[in-house]
Design a protein around this ligand. Structure first.
Ligand SMILES: *Cc1c(COP(=O)(O)O)cnc(C)c1O
Length: 235
């Protein structure tokens, strides 16, 4: 049962908060529904889940149209500039901003819609070639630029840690992202501090919460394995 899976994830978050002296209310469980059918999302919606993460614009678009309008959609996948316009009217947060060009496009489309869009900077902490994201040094420059954009609000940082057998191996990655946010907040003299750390996936979210995550992005543990085999991934 999907709702039971979600409940288990919540319990794990609560335990991780307990051991690290944190308030579970600070941690959002984002249900990553990519490649899963609308019925699965509806089932979780029916037990109160409202925040869902998607990777592909077309897929998010279809689900947004088919499902209740008060769902909060989070774009967590790599986003092409020319697709920003499709999600700008409704997206709750874009977790994957990794260039000034993309931020500028979000500004343009958000302004057209008369709204401000919350964003996170995606940081490739571990420096993996296969991952998107700016390096930690580039994050400072990007943060300064985003802060000049009136319709884009910088809320925090996001990372996808490497896939590892033992989640403990990712603890330094999470720690580094948290420290980076602290450092960037210190450098910024305005009062609009970043407050969101989007880190932790199915295999390592407990460790991420212990290290300060405020948003865990959990797919497989809630929805089951994704079948990449018989479906062409449309971006
Ligand atoms: C797919 C995905 C997730 C969820 O991964 P699981 O291992 O299934 O929990 C989280 N974050 C991003 C960026 C993803 O693409």
């Amino acid at each position: 049962m999907l709702s039971e899976n979600l409940e288990k994830v919540r319990k794990t978050v609560e335990n991780a908060c307990h051991v690290s002296g944190r308030d579970p209310g600070e941690v959002l469980v984002l249900a990553v529904s990519k490649m899963k059918p609308a019925e699965d999302i509806q089932a979780l919606y029916d037990v109160g889940q409202r925040d869902f993460g998607e990777n592909y614009v077309q897929e998010m678009q279809k689900k947004h149209e088919a499902l209740p309008q008060d769902i909060r959609w989070h774009m967590i996948g790599h986003l092409q500039k020319n697709k920003v316009k499709y999600i700008a009217p409704y997206v709750t947060m874009i977790h994957s901003v990794d260039s000034g060009d993309l931020a500028a496009m979000i500004e343009k489309e958000a302004a057209k819609c008369g709204r401000t869009i919350d964003v996170l900077i995606e940081v490739n902490v571990a420096g993996e070639d296969t991952k998107y994201g700016t390096d930690p040094a580039g994050a400072a420059e990007l943060a300064a630029y985003i802060r000049t954009l009136p319709h884009v609000k910088l809320r925090g940082l996001m990372t996808s840690a490497p896939y590892v057998a033992d989640p403990e191996e990712n603890r330094p990655v999470f720690r580094e992202l948290r420290q980076l946010m602290i450092d960037l907040n210190r450098e910024n003299d305005n009062n609009d501090s970043m407050d969101i750390l989007s880190m932790g996936m199915s295999n390592d979210f407990a460790v991420a919460v212990e290290e300060g995550s405020t948003c865990v992005r959990v797919g497989t543990l809630i929805f089951g394995e994704r079948d990449y085999g018989n479906k062409q991934q449309s971006v």
